[in-house]
Design a protein around this ligand. Structure first.
Ligand SMILES: [Zn+2]
Length: 68
């Protein structure tokens, strides 16, 4: 079980629209950039909101269950 599957409570997953993507982020799924202007997800564990992360759509859908 990973932190993205309930250790820190429910994960709130929000869709960031391209026009909202104003900063460069690094996706923890693939360790590659999420460029400015690319729609993606932001995931916020309810018990640890400081651990919010930005993910490519596909990387979140395919996240390994035993990492992070
Ligand atoms: Zn990714």
């Amino acid at each position: 079980m990973s932190m993205w599957d309930g250790i820190y409570g429910e994960i709130e997953v929000k869709r960031i629209q391209p026009f909202e993507a104003l900063k460069l982020y690094v996706c923890p799924g693939c360790n590659r950039d999420i460029p400015i202007g690319l729609g993606h997800y932001v995931t916020v564990p309810s018990d640890a909101p400081d651990l919010r992360r930005h993910w490519h759509y596909a990387c979140w859908e395919r996240r390994p269950l035993d990492r992070f």
